[in-house]
Design a protein. Structure first.
Ligand SMILES: [Zn+2]
Length: 137
C-alpha cells in the first residue's frame, strides 16, 4: 500500500490508471492537496473493467474539516485517501457490492447505501483498509 500526495492544480489531469484521473479523487471542498492510495486506484479500475461502465466517484479524499461537514466518521478511511464512494452507471449498488466482495474477501471496507427515498441514487463505499469491515445503511 502506497499513499501518494498530489496537487489538484498541478496534477489534476494526470491519469492514475486507464480510466481515473487525479482530480476525481479531490476533496469536494476544493482543497488543493489530494491523498490517493494506489491499491484504491487498482480496485476502482478493476470494478470499471468488470462492469465495463463508467464509475463515478462521489467522494474520495476528504480533509478533516470536510469530513466533519458531511458527517463522516472521525476515523473515516476517506481521511487517508484509502476510500471512495462510487456509483457504476446503470448498475444497482447491490451488484457492485457483491462484486467487490469477491475482490476483497477478507480485507477492506464495503458499505452498501441502497437506493431509497430521499436518495437520488444508491452508492457503494469501498476502502482498502487491512481489516475487514462491512455495513449497510
Ligand atoms: Zn465512504
Amino acid at each position: 500500500m502506497r499513499i501518494e500526495s498530489y496537487s489538484l492544480a498541478k496534477d489534476g489531469e494526470k491519469k492514475l490508471s486507464a480510466n481515473f484521473r487525479v482530480r476525481e479523487f479531490a476533496c469536494k471542498d476544493g482543497s488543493n492537496t489530494i491523498f490517493v492510495c494506489d491499491e484504491l486506484v487498482q480496485l476502482l479500475q478493476n470494478i470499471r473493467d468488470h462492469f465495463n461502465r463508467p464509475v463515478t466517484i462521489t467522494s474520495a479524499y476528504r480533509t478533516v474539516t470536510h469530513n466533519k461537514k458531511v458527517g463522516g466518521s472521525p476515523k473515516s478511511q476517506h481521511l487517508y485517501g484509502t476510500a471512495a464512494d462510487i456509483q457504476v452507471k446503470d448498475t444497482p449498488p447491490e451488484f457492485v457490492a457483491q462484486y467487490v466482495e469477491t475482490l476483497l474477501p477478507n480485507t477492506g471496507g464495503i458499505g452498501l447505501y441502497p437506493k431509497k427515498s430521499g436518495r437520488a441514487k444508491g452508492w457503494v463505499h469501498v476502502d482498502v483498509r487491512k481489516a475487514k469491515a462491512r455495513w449497510k445503511m
